[in-house]
Write a protein that binds this ligand. Structure first.
Ligand SMILES: [Zn+2]
Ligand SMILES: [Zn+2]
Length: 423
């Protein structure tokens, strides 16, 4: 295929972008503009992740890539990606994934050179920070996070060496959001749901995307003093564009996250490999069957979800219910038996969710009914780091010297980010 565009009429440095990839998290007001700019700059791959759909009420803030009213009701990520297709230059590629951030892990983010966060939700940004800092330094993408407030636009670019995303957030905002609304799960579908109305405009959204795009450009070109800077645009009457160098926050919990020392890769993907197959591959890699596979730990809004609910006790009638869901993906209604759920019976005080069977680890020989389940359906996100523990006879963590932990990941997960349409 010939070039779509006449290269003589475009920037001389455009070819530098051809082998670069970017993941845009959030395809809404800022994200749709960002996707447009990235593809027009010549990025070889522009993928978008969002679980939300376009609405008419926000149409005044989206890029004109998004058609009104035809695209109302479509998933933001898939829709923006589809609208990018005619703009892709030779060899370019795009994918839009209908999924929320809880469903991807560190190796999904590591598949890209850049990640741009166009999210308006602190909890989601902090979850991303954790995933990102779990990636070994040499494979960590550069992160750009933008935002708007009224007519102001901001964008910060960081490589994780000087400060992290959590350093940029006031801890008190996070505490306020740490309210557990149900006895199970963060109800992940609301991860991006806004309780308070945030007023912004298309000008502010597109300017935030332009600031991020300029940081992308500067990073690819290797411009001095561009990394680890925050750009702020202020509208009239105090018109200004300024750059600042944010500082590391003292005692920042994000900055204390360390990636695993060693990650061992297995063939396949979390989406396809079953628990039984994973057990066999891990046993072959470790040379023993005496291990346990820790259930995925999802840390969201300062709460850790690390259980797999095999069975619950119906909070209304007390009957056992086969839930078979990770805590982080279960809704309160999942704990009720079919009958009580259909009849919308209220919970009774005498029963509690703890009476069910919640697994903290999967063990070869003890998880017969789960062997045919994929790792994804057991709660591991695409691109997960799987923690395998060998106790070697240790009875508890006082026997620390005997316990050995190995982290596994799947080779095929990065590629899935470029092909899967929803999670
Ligand atoms: Zn930090
Ligand atoms: Zn019941």
């Amino acid at each position: 295929m010939d070039h779509l565009y006449n290269p003589l009429k475009l920037s001389v440095y455009r070819s530098l972008f051809r082998d670069k990839s970017v993941l845009i998290l959030g395809g809404g007001a800022v994200g749709s503009h960002e996707a447009e700019y990235a593809v027009k700059m010549g990025f070889g791959r522009v993928d978008i992740l969002d679980f939300d759909t376009f609405t008419l009420e926000n149409a005044a803030k989206h890029s004109a890539l998004v058609r009104t009213p035809e695209d109302v009701g479509r998933n933001k990520a898939q829709c923006v990606s589809d609208r990018l297709l005619p703009l892709l230059d030779e060899g370019g590629a795009t994918n839009g994934i209908d999924a929320d951030l809880c469903l991807i892990g560190p190796e999904a983010v590591a598949a890209y050179d850049f990640a741009v966060l166009c999210l308006d939700n602190f909890a989601a940004k902090m979850l991303f920070n954790e995933l990102w800092l779990q990636i070994p330094r040499e494979r960590r993408p550069i992160v750009i996070m933008d935002g708007t407030h009224d007519e102001m636009a901001q964008s910060v670019m960081l490589d994780g060496e000087e400060f992290c995303l959590r350093c940029l957030v006031d801890e008190s905002w996070l505490e306020a959001s740490a309210v557990r609304t149900s006895c199970s799960g963060p109800q992940v579908r609301r991860i991006d749901g806004e309780d308070a109305i945030v007023r912004t405009s298309n000008l502010a959204s597109s300017l935030a995307a332009i600031l991020s795009a300029e940081q992308l450009r500067a990073a690819v070109l290797g411009a001095p003093d561009a990394m680890n800077r925050r750009l702020t645009y202020t509208a009239y009457p105090h018109l200004e564009l300024s750059a600042a160098h944010p500082m590391k926050k003292r005692g920042c919990p994000g900055c204390s996250i360390e990636p695993p020392h060693d990650i061992r890769f297995l063939p396949g993907s979390v989406l396809d490999v079953t628990l039984g197959e994973a057990f066999r591959a891990i046993a072959a890699a470790l040379g023993t069957k005496a291990f346990e596979l820790a259930v995925h730990r999802l840390s969201y809004k300062n709460i850790v979800y690390s259980g797999y609910i095999a069975e619950a006790v119906c909070p209304s009638c007390g009957k056992p219910v086969a839930v078979k869901k990770h805590e982080g993906r279960a809704f309160h209604s999942d704990l009720f038996c079919g009958e009580c759920r259909a009849a919308k019976r209220p919970p009774q005080e005498r029963t509690a969710h703890e009476e069910g069977r919640v697994l903290r680890a999967f063990t070869p020989g003890a998880c017969g009914e789960l062997l045919g389940e994929t790792l994804f359906s057991l709660g591991y996100p695409l691109g997960a780091h799987l923690e395998v523990i060998e106790r070697n006879g240790a009875l508890d963590f006082l026997d620390e010297g005997k316990i050995r932990t190995t982290v596994f990941a799947f080779e095929g997960d990065a590629e899935k980010m470029h092909t899967v349409r929803s999670l």
